[in-house]
Design a binder for this molecule. Structure first.
Ligand code: SAM
Length: 346
């Protein structure tokens, strides 16, 4: 680094491995002198940064605030996780460890869930997924040293989720987690209040998999892959009426998830809006309406804390509606974040 150079804010953040907020704070405290280049853009003197680097080890692990009861992150790691969007990350369908995941019609990415788990739990924390599928939450838990309880109705996906951990992580790893093959409506009733540190899940999106025939469905049929979860009557993805489906999902599953969650802990629900023929169904807002301020027992409620948008920028654009009407390419999901807390006296 040249001692006389002027550096941009982004360059300094990168060199010092700190966030913009932290750097602004240091500038306010006069730890660095703010100047401007000839175009009037903010700059910092490299000689001051140079001096700082001589006296500070920016690679030293940052301490976790002793008041932090939520996770094992320090301030620099915590702040970026509060952004209202994230980009979906995946292995890509040809990756050797994507072959089990690919068999399921609607898995989420264990890497995205890992990020949520790291923010919403401490190491060894207990995580619940009432719609376990092929075990993406369990895989994310194993990779982050958390303990998962994964409930899945279909014997096929249940069996594959066990195999997934054994194959993709290591022999014996599935035994460290609790895989239940059953109906969440019944299984959740057997769990004690205040058991889990975090609930993260993605439910069926009503019976939309049974209704839609799009390019993805056709490709899956050609590859002899399943296009729905199961034909079981207890499968929430087989309920015909949307309002009946919402009722069961919220009052029999999410309310129970709230009951088994510890106080002051969080529940993250990954969903997307969808179309049924030409009708646009804003599933995420219907869920928010029904879950926000929901009483989960006599003294606790769930309240909405944020809605993170999960961007799926890699998806191919299709010419829906062209050249007649606006028909959206839905290239994002929502992560609805609720917190359990004591209901305030009315
Ligand atoms: C959107 S998928 C979840 C996929 C999962 N996140 C993954 O990555 O594999 C929803 C899952 O809920 C399961 N399911 C549907 N009704 C259920 C019920 N009543 N109890 C438990 N699981 C159920 C389906 O079989 C399906 O695997």
């Amino acid at each position: 680094m040249n001692n006389d150079e002027l550096l941009s804010i982004a360059e300094v953040c990168k060199k010092l491995k700190i966030s913009r907020a932290k750097l602004n704070n240091m500038i306010e405290k006069k730890e660095f002198t703010l100047t401007y280049n000839e175009k009037g853009v903010k700059r910092l003197y490299s000689k001051e940064i140079f001096k700082y680097l001589e006296n500070h080890d920016v690679d030293a692990p940052k301490e976790v605030d002793p008041r932090n009861k939520l996770n094992n992150l320090n301030g620099t790691e915590w702040i970026p996780c509060t952004k209202s969007f994230m980009y979906q990350k995946g292995l890509g369908s040809n990756h050797k460890d994507a072959q089990i995941e690919k068999l399921h019609p609607a898995p989420y990415s264990f890497q995205d869930i890992q990020q949520l788990i790291l923010f919403f739990t401490k190491e060894k924390g207990k995580v619940l997924d009432p719609f376990g599928g092929v075990g993406s939450t369990a895989k994310a838990c194993e990779l982050t040293n958390r303990i998962c309880t994964s409930i899945e109705l279909s014997p096929k996906w249940h069996e594959l989720s066990l195999q997934r951990l054994e194959k993709e992580i290591g022999k014996g790893t599935s035994k460290k987690h609790n895989f239940i093959n059953g109906d969440s409506v019944e299984e959740l009733k057997k769990i004690k209040d205040f058991t889990f540190d975090f609930v993260v899940t993605s439910p069926p999106y009503w019976s939309i998999l049974n209704k839609k025939v799009d390019h993805k469905t056709i490709a899956r049929v050609e590859e002899n892959l399943d296009t729905n979860y199961s034909n079981l009557s207890k499968d929430l993805g087989n309920i015909e009426n949307y309002y009946e489906f919402l009722e069961i999902l919220v009052n029999e599953i999410f309310k129970e998830c709230g009951r088994v969650l510890k106080n002051d802990k969080y529940m993250a629900i990954v969903v997307s809006d969808f179309r049924n023929k030409s009708e646009f169904i804003s599933f995420h807002s219907d869920l928010i309406q029904k879950i926000n301020k929901l009483e989960v027992d006599n003294t606790h409620i769930l309240t909405l804390q944020g809605v993170k948008v999960l961007l799926q920028n890699h998806k191919s654009l299709l010419p829906y509606g062209y050249p007649f009407a606006y028909v959206e390419n839905i290239h994002h999901q929502y992560i609805l974040i609720f917190k359990k807390s004591v209901r305030k006296a009315r």
